[in-house]
Ligand binder design. Sequence first.
Ligand code: USQ
Length: 394
Amino acid sequence: MRVFIAGIDGYLGWPLAIYLRAHGHEVAGADLLLRRQWVAEVGSVSAQPIASREERLRAFHETFGAALDFRVGDLTDYDFVKAFFAEFQPEAVVHLGQMPSAPYSMIDQAHCVWTQQNNVINNLNLLWAIKEVAPQAQLVKIGTMGEYGTPNVDIPEGFFNVEFRGRKDRMPFPRQAGSWYHQSKVHDSHNTHFASKIWGLRATDIMQGVVFGTHIAEMGADPRLRSRLDFDQCFGTAINRFCCQAVIGHPLTLFGLGRQKRGFLPLADSMACLRLAVENPPAPGEFRVFNQFENAYSISELACMVKEVAADIGLDTQIRRYDNPRAEMEEHYYQPDRERLIELGYQPTRDIKSVMKQMMLDLIQHRDRIEAHADALIPDIRWDGGRKRSEVIG
Ligand code: USQ
């Protein structure tokens, strides 16, 4: 299948290009290389060194014996997107090309507005380009479990049956996002649903949990093929940050009570699920929603797992509570469904501790890079728009 990857240089986009090519698909993609700039802007680097675009392309060619059409371009530039689609004629478009950080979107007015402008407009451009150039192609859109928030009821996959004043309907489940970034994904969900309804587009909206991991088997041993791994307060996410903290002997940073629950999944599971979505498209006009995660865990449960795995490889780790820079519930009910991908064949990785161990073994080799940017580990971006470094509270 011809698969276009929007955001092909990112944490998910680059591994997906390798994974889909290794599984027989033809891949092309675009990226403006912004993730590299954002991480520098917040004073950090990828813990794993990553190759330049040119080196990545050379390594891809040598590994797969075929060139990769990876262009530097802006997805908010409609002419660029439309012309690329007209040439490549995608059968599936996987949209991973957005600003993905909740804290980054909360920095100030400019970061909030830029995030929503970039994310909402580039998704609209992909929808329009599919409609105008490749109307049979499926859009596989990365949304987030965070679109739902943490309601005090079970979370279905996108839709639920409602009975109100004696009448019944199947309706979108409420979205109650927790950051300007998560809000941008809510707008995308609404726009994508609307586009599939009016134009008969095929779309899968993936409500993905927090992804963790340093590599996938399909990358082999070539260091030029490996993925980035961030640990700063904006682009580093919970397990990735904890593993980086463990390898430099920094306390694991639980925010607030640490009893917040989220869905998590290894990078390899994310790749497998995206492939399942691509290879099993919905019918024309169908807008389907998949909740994509291996399992739900509390943040303190994960920190304890990281501490235990770190001990196995001789690392002594402390867990500390920091005052929470975010406005979020720290203790809540959390019961999201996760059936649709299982029905398509998803087999969740059960042994997530071995993924953590592999990560730490990979990261130990880059301890110096993390230590040199350890300042970026402590959050100071506050949900009220202010800046104040979090302190240890327990
Ligand atoms: N947290 C800590 N300590 C840390 C980092 C995070 O306690 O050092 C807590 C946060 O307070 C939050 C939870 O862990 O309650 C998750 O935070 P996160 O930074 O790992 O993830 P989040 O900001 O929710 O965003 C990430 C990705 C985003 C994706 C989302 C999926 O950056 O692109 O959409 O995960 S989800 O969380 O399901 O919304």
